[in-house]
Design a protein around this ligand. Structure first.
Ligand code: NAD
Ligand code: UDP
Length: 347
């Protein structure tokens, strides 16, 4: 059992991970400014975790860029049991928005991470799991992508994640004792099987899965498939989709390894190693939902790659973790959430 600070714990991946970490018996302090989430997600996390979790989750509303807010979060841990590790989800994640608002992205993602690390250092806390992204690989030269592939992001979001990765490497090299996992997620989708927590994007979704599920539920008319002429078997783009529950398990495994092993800096892909095309996702979602998903093929989206699939072998070797849930389960659970919460958390 550990005292953990979870930044961005109310968000999509954070809420599922909080649930799993509570179920594993940890005590959590969540720091979130609810910029892209609702306190309702954490209420539901507590409801799913059951009565034994009620006094093991403290929520601090605040910003990772504020030293004062971070101080309040570190102080929210029970007396005599200081925070031993941080799981750092807080950040901005929309590629298109990052192109329009690079200052905001660099500020939250890089300056926020820098401030968090300074607070961690001040509190003698040197264990961190960081949410990175396969976006750091940019347009990969080959796929499956291994961790040794070049880091060459192609947009401000990816640049900001790569910069934090570099900062973490510099910090680990400067001072003994840091235990850091830089987890490069592929495409997280799906929801908790209860349908009580899930992904709740603001406005028009940028990502395929929430868009498809909003078409299926009737909130949007038609999916645009970005490109039908990619060099893939059916012409649509291929991605490595990972069930958010598998991703949450990956965080738990990374924390266990970091806390058990000597200090180290890990860089790991969290993906399934399996690629699915946009048209395969559409078909699987239609089967899971029993609804049709009208779609039309349009021009390719700028900056997209034909295919990005993880080589997940290093994570399997270092963490003893691999994905267990298939595309059908991603669609089934995503649909259960969408159907029960057609307007998300109602923000
Ligand atoms: P999300 O937007 O649902 O969650 C992020 C959380 O951070 C939200 O609750 C938001 O309110 C909070 N937050 C944002 N700025 C903050 C700030 N300045 N201070 C405190 N809290 C702040 O996103 P997610 O999908 O759960 O992603 C979590 C992390 O994983 C992000 O860092 C993201 O870049 C990374 N990631 C996500 C994906 C994906 O497709 N979802 C893929 C790769 C990496
Ligand atoms: N995509 C699509 N229509 C959409 C959103 C996405 O065809 O409305 C495609 C996109 O071109 C890519 C795949 O779906 O091939 C996954 O896109 P997403 O934005 O979800 O993730 P990312 O581009 O970050 O991998």
């Amino acid at each position: 059992m550990a005292e953990l600070l979870i930044t961005g714990g109310a968000g999509f991946i954070g809420s599922h991970s909080c649930l799993m970490l509570l179920e594993a018996g940890h005590n959590l302090v969540v720091l979130d400014n609810f910029d892209n989430s609702s306190p309702e997600s954490l209420k539901r996390v507590l409801e799913l975790a059951g009565p034994s979790a009620a006094d093991r989750l403290q929520v601090v509303e605040g910003d990772i860029r504020s030293a004062g807010d971070l101080e309040r979060a570190f102080e929210a841990a029970p007396a005599g049991r200081p925070i031993t590790a941080v799981v750092h989800f807080a950040g901005l994640k929309a590629v298109g928005e990052s192109v329009r608002e690079p200052l905001r992205y660099w500020d939250v993602n890089l300056c926020g991470s820098r401030q968090l690390l300074e607070s961690m250092q001040a509190h003698g806390c040197r264990s961190l799991v960081f949410s990175s992204s396969c976006t750091v690989y940019g347009l990969p030269e080959q796929t499956p992508i291994s961790e040794s592939a070049a880091i060459q992001p192609i947009n401000p979001y990816g640049h900001s994640k790569a910069a934090v990765e570099q900062l973490l490497a510099d910090l680990a090299a400067s001072e003994a004792g840091w235990r850091i996992a830089r987890l490069r997620y592929f495409n997280p989708v799906g929801a908790h099987p209860s349908g009580r927590i899930g992904e709740d994007p603001r406005g028009i979704p940028n990502n395929l899965f929430p868009f498809v599920s909003q078409v299926a539920v009737g909130r949007r008319d038609c999916l645009q498939v970005f490109g039908g002429d990619w060099p893939t078997p059916d012409g649509s783009g291929i991605r490595d989709y990972i069930h958010v529950m598998d991703l949450a398990e990956g965080h738990q495994a990374a924390l266990d390894v970091l806390l058990a092993e000597p200090p180290q800096l890990l860089s790991l892909n969290l993906g399934s190693g399996q690629g699915h095309s946009v048209l395969e996702v559409v078909r699987a979602f239609e089967v899971a939902s029993g609804r049709s998903v009208p779609h039309t093929i349009v021009e390719r989206r700028d900056g997209d790659a034909a295919s990005t699939v993880a080589d997940p072998r290093l994570a399997a070797k270092r963490l003893g973790w691999r994905t267990r849930r298939c595309l059908e389960e991603m669609c089934r659970d995503g649909w259960t959430w969408q159907q029960a919460n057609p307007e998300g958390y109602g923000r």
